[in-house]
Design a protein. Structure first.
Length: 331
């Protein structure tokens, strides 16, 4: 199983499945942060967007993600202020130049992007940017690996995320090997990287010797990035968090610490959030656990497609359904 959405897209783009024998099966896991974000967070963002004193700032992947009855794209079409930004610093600039509005950045992402959001909150506090807020939905990868390893899908090895690992280092993967006997190999994103990683995992399985290996040595160090982890710890603290498909996982999410609560959108901007309604027939949650392939969903490519997504897995550039649809994968 690859647990990184960038790996999912690379495997599809380079046709790697077609290079493998029938005895090797690649499953896509919950490595797309947009995909694992639950419906109620989207509904919360939509409720904020409907306030006339709020400007939503978000990465582009979040725009089309459907909530219970609407999306940020739909709210923008209705005239509400929703802006796509390429970084948290862009959102801070909007706050600085629009002092009469509340700028809410939608904080979705894993350890790779969490430091940038943490830095934006440090900057907001340092420079007294008091109209900048974050709606926090950040999640961390290790608890998801732990949950998958105890699940009912037989996983022989993990293609571990390269980007996330540059931040967190090795320790969590060594624990997975020791506790569950599942091989873990951190992989880069080029075709050769992925093929070498698959070869390592197959060799481990063949020899019945699960182990941790770091294929992505050019970028990932044992200690990860201490400075990035430090700023994450300064701004955020762990909490139980809901993942689409996986449910509530202990200590798998992050919340804004009390010292930064003045910039916490959930705490500072009251809204009425509509009741959560899950889309009928959508198997996105099962796809994220590797239980089904996207084409096994009756909505795939019919009612659900990139122009009219029903589930989040069809929206994101790292989404499994989007990858299968774009590259016409049917096996």
């Amino acid at each position: 199983m690859e647990v990184c959405g960038t790996h999912t897209m690379a495997i599809a783009r380079y046709g790697i499945r077609g290079l493998l024998p029938d005895t090797i099966h690649l499953l896509s896991g919950p490595g797309c942060p947009v995909c694992v974000t639950p419906h109620h967070l989207i509904d919360h963002a939509v409720a904020l967007a409907r306030r006339n004193d709020v400007i939503i700032a978000t990465f582009g992947d979040m725009i089309k993600v459907p909530g219970s009855t609407s999306s940020l794209e739909a709210e923008r079409a209705r005239g509400h202020a929703v802006q796509v930004v390429s970084s948290t610093l862009d959102a801070l600039k909007i706050a600085d130049t629009t002092p009469d509005k509340k700028i809410v950045f939608i904080g979705v992402g894993f350890e790779t992007t969490i430091p940038t959001v943490a830095v934006s909150l440090v900057e907001a506090r340092t420079h007294h940017v008091n109209n900048y807020y974050v709606l926090c939905a950040h999640k961390v990868i290790p608890p998801a690996l732990d949950a998958l390893s105890q699940g009912d899908v037989a996983i022989d090895g993990y293609i571990c995320p390269g980007h996330v690992s540059t931040i967190i280092g090795y320790e969590c993967y060594e624990s997975i090997v020791k506790q569950y006997g599942i091989g873990c190999v951190i992989s880069g994103f080029e075709p050769l990287d992925i093929l070498q990683t698959i070869q390592s995992l197959v060799s481990q399985k063949k020899n019945n010797k699960p182990a941790f290996e770091n294929q992505y040595t050019r970028a990932v160090k044992p200690e990860g990035n201490p400075q990035a982890r430090s700023v994450i710890h300064t701004v955020f603290e762990p909490e139980d968090s809901e993942w689409r498909g996986l449910g509530i996982l202990p200590m798998s999410g992050l919340k804004i610490r009390p010292e930064f609560q003045s910039w916490d959108a959930a705490a500072q901007i009251p809204v009425d959030i509509e009741p959560t309604v899950e889309p009928a027939g959508c198997l996105c949650g099962d796809v994220l656990q590797g239980k089904v392939k996207p084409f096994e969903c009756s909505l795939f490519g019919r009612a659900c497609n990139p122009d009219h997504p029903v589930g989040a897995c069809m929206v994101s550039s790292e989404g499994t359904c989007a990858a299968y649809y774009r590259y016409n994968i049917r096996s």
